[in-house]
Design a protein around this ligand. Sequence first.
Ligand code: SF4
Ligand code: SF4
Length: 263
Amino acid sequence: MSMSRRIFLKLAGASAIAGIGGAALAGEVQKSLLETAQTTSRAGALTEKKLAMVIDMDKFKSVEDIRKVADACHRIHNVPHFENPKHEVKWIWTETFEHTFPGQEHKFMPEDIKQKPFLVLCNHCQNPTCVRVCPTKAMFKRKDGIVMHDPHRCIGCKYCMAACPYGAISYNLNNPRLAENLQEYVNPEFPTRAIGVVEKCTFCFERLAKGLKPACVEASNGALVFGDVDDPASQIRKLLATKYTIRRKPELGEEPNIYYILG
Ligand code: SF4
Ligand code: SF4
């Protein structure tokens, strides 16, 4: 059986259980997630926060530990994988120290830090240029600090990609629904996206709405800490007060909300 037929049957099966057609199911999932995305900041427990993340690189003991974190995110969000690097779509991935913190490297620094793969993702910046340049408001910032993306309003102009200094936004040059990996682990609870729009990390807004942690945090074995930095009693705030942390390219004024402990 072809891969595309298998994925169709999976969705059709889920739809039959729910008593609706495949297209209707996908539409319903998308609608309900977008309603969650747009309303939780007004109605739910996520109002007026400043959500942020600390990545403690010292807690990762192997490259495999880091890979597990990225895989958890990509699996749960149906992030397509294409072999051709020009078609790559990524929500969370790794970069060298030099690319993560340009200008911070020097020739005497510890070799293990120089060689280590650093986890990077959208920084959910306080002053996000991606939001400022978006002509359709498809990219928007919620009151809790999450920088969201609405694929329905996205016209694929890529202004946000050009504006983001962290390369955190991917463009769907290929149809994500035809990616090989999605045939294997499609998650029917999260919508797949269309060709011709952009996508990026959304801090697992859909899981937060259910009281869950972001998938990457859950898979990180304590290396990733997530929470409200405006709450002085939060674990993340205590961590920031006791450990030395750095952020990516702070000189650009985007005010990234991802902090790194280097070890
Ligand atoms: S990292 Fe890039 S995509 Fe994410 S909020 Fe900042 S500017 Fe926008
Ligand atoms: S590609 Fe989409 S999200 Fe990015 S600026 Fe254009 S409309 Fe906005």
